[in-house]
Structures are given as C-alpha cells and as structure tokens.
Design a protein around this ligand. Sequence first.
Ligand code: ATP
Ligand SMILES: O=C(O)[C@@H](O)C(=O)CO
Length: 418
Amino acid sequence: MLLGCIADDFTGASDLANTLAKGGMATMQFVGVPDGAAPASCEAGVVALKSRTIPVAEAVRQSLAACEWLLSQGATQILFKYCSTFDSTKEGNIGPVAEALIARLGADVAVVCPVFPATGRTLFNGHLFVNGVLLNESGMQNHPLTPMTDPDIRRWLRHQTRGEVGLVPFSTVRQGAEAIRAALGAEAAAGRRLAVVDAVGDDDLVAIGAAIDGAKLVTGGSGIALGLPANFRRRGLLSGNGTSFTPGHGPAAVLSGSCSNQSRAQVKAYTAKHPGLAVMPDDVMSGAMTVDQAFDHVMSRIGHAPMVYSSADPAEVKAAQERHGKDRVAEAIEGFFGELAVRLADAGIARLVVGGGETSGAVVTALEVECFHIGPEIDPGVPALAAEGPRPIRLALKSGNFGAIDFYDKALAALGDA
Ligand SMILES: Nc1ncnc2c1ncn2[C@@H]1O[C@H](COP(=O)(O)OP(=O)(O)OP(=O)(O)O)[C@@H](O)[C@H]1O
Ligand SMILES: O=C(O)[C@@H](O)C(=O)CO
C-alpha cells in the first residue's frame, strides 16, 4: 500500500476511492479497520469509518486506529477524507481528528481542502461555496445532524482546533505547485499545522497535489486526491492494474435516508416511475411501520426496483427531531434501513442503491461488508461497488447532495442487470 486513507463516512469513502481508482491506483475500500492484511495488489486503501457525528474522543480513537493499520500496511502518506461541505459541528470532528493525526505522524503542516469542483464545491478566500452559493445558504444550514451555518472554513475549523489555522489564498494557488509549497512551508514555520487552501477548479487541485508530494498528512474532500496518483506514478510505483469490479445479476431496490435538497428531488423523480414506500419517523418510532411491513412491500413489487425512503423536507425533519430527539430519530431510521437491507439481501436482492452517508454507514455495517472493489463511476463522486463478505451484493452509496436527478436509474444499470 502506498496511500492510506481514513474516511469519516461510507459514501465519502467510496467518493474518494472513485477518484483514486480513476486516477489509476489499484484501490480498495475497507469497512472499519480490517483484522488482517490488505491484498498485496492494493495501492490505495480507504478505511471507511462512521465517525463524522460520533463523540469527538471516539472519532479520534477510531481514526488513530485506522492510521496505525494503514501505516502497518506500508502507507507512506495518510489522507483524512471528510465531506466536501465540511460537515462538522463547532466541537468537531474534523479539527480534533486532524490534530491527532498530525501529532501521530509528526506532520509539519497539513492542507485542509474540501473542494470538489465536479459537484460545485469551491473555496475562495477560505469561504466554501456550493454551486456558487455560500455554504450557509446552500441548504446545508438545514442538515439534520451537522447544520453548516458559517461558510468561513478557517473560522469554523478554528472552533474545533487547539492550534491556529492558516490560509493559502487563491492568488498563491494560481501560481502553481512551487508557490503553494512555499506558502505551506511558511505556514509550518509560523507554527500553523493546518492550512486551508483555496481552489476553484481541478487544475488547482492537481497543482496542490503536486505541492504536497511526500506530505505525511493530507486532509480534504475527494478532490484533494486528484493530483496524488501522479506523485506515485512519477516514481514508477503504480502497477496500472486497476480494480476488479464485476457487475451483479438479480433484483434491485433503493433505500433513501437522506433529506438533502437533491435527494428529495431524486426521490420524487424515481418514485414517479417506480413503486415507493415513504417511511415516517413517528411510525418507525411507534412501531406502526415495521421492517417486516417494508420488506413485504418491496418483495411484492420486486420486479420494479422499489424504493423505501424517509427523505422529508426540513420542516418535517425538525418537527420529528423536536418530538423525539435528534439522535433517537436518526438511530431509529438508520437501524430500520440497516435491518431492511439485511432482510432484502438475504432474500436475494443483488443490487442495492443507498442514499445518504449516515444511512449508507448503517446499511453497510448491518450487511457485514468487509471490503469493496471499486467499479465504474455512475455520477461524479459515486462509483459502483462490489461487496466482499457474507453477502456479495452490488451497492452504490450516494452522498446526500450528489448525483443527477435520474441518478437512481443510472445506478441500478451500472450495478448490473436483473
Ligand atoms: N424524516 C426524517 N426525519 C428526521 N431525521 C431523518 C429523517 N430521515 C432520515 N433522517 C436521518 O437524517 C440523517 C440523514 O443523514 P444521511 O447522512 O443519511 O444523509 P445526508 O446527510 O443527506 O447525506 P451525506 O452525509 O452523504 O451528505 C440520518 O441520520 C437519517 O436517519
Ligand atoms: O465529500 C462529499 O461531499 C461526500 O463524499 C461525502 O462525504 C458526503 O457524505
């Protein structure tokens, strides 16, 4: 293994694995920290954690454990992947995890770059935009677990860190790799171990990638990985063998627990053409909607690739959270989808598409997936996946805001056929 990656959620892990696989690295995604060794052919290993919204100390502990395993597999550079919308609270978990990794690795400075131009995430003067709109006006201010109310990433991150946070502005980034390297060196010399780095396009990310060749720690969204494979290729370290995804055959279903604007539009488009079952938090919590009922609903319509969704608009989400408590609702719905996925896989569902990072984490964990082989890209940031483990199902894990309006139909086709 050359590059070792720690992702704070499961959709984010497959987003990153997609970028690295497209960049020509033989990439595997692992679910949690594996017990054994990675296959010798694995050049980039992505350990998927579900650490984005867990207590800070636990996120740090799990991330350090993942780091140890990746180092033990030979990784010479560690990449900490978080969301391109910087999903976090004032307490964490991005800052504390990054600082713990810096201390463990003895890194002098690590870039902070959530930029992902293909999905409209750009950073200018430290301010994060989603499709040209400031982060805190993009819909992310209504996120059920990590409402993003400040677009100034340096200021937001500073709430979470012990040390000061630096900035490499776009005026430097546009001068190329040498200038970026010098600016990062100046941040390190000033004692700032984390430096937010502006970028608006893929060429900026490629230049940043070249500037951080050999850096012990890199942090960011999947875009920060765009320029990294070239560093290993330049040294003749890549086999060029790619990954070993094969499509699946059999019935399909879709589960959506994401409440983002884009997910709600995708759910609407999909259920206009396929059967859909809306699952209400109140019904899940009271037992009025059981996994058995949802399972029967899906299985009786299985030829039509039905969808089960809890996706609801911000007012409904808020009302449910006020009635039951934010964590209890999330736990109940995630548990519901996890159990349903297991029932469906055991009943022969061969292709499953899941919407939402937390929801995907719950589903993949319940399915006891050990690792994934990375297949073709469906839409930016979302690859087809083949699971290894007790249930060798084909999966796509869609981040809440990713994917075109017809994403779910495209995903089912990319995963295989009936
Ligand atoms: N109707 C609902 N009311 C309240 N909470 C809900 C509802 N539906 C889903 N949730 C919870 O909201 C959270 C949605 O997070 P999830 O990560 O799955 O989606 P997302 O945030 O849109 O995706 P991503 O993290 O990939 O951007 C989950 O914990 C889910 O269980
Ligand atoms: O970076 C992103 O936006 C995604 O990979 C993600 O992490 C959403 O959960």
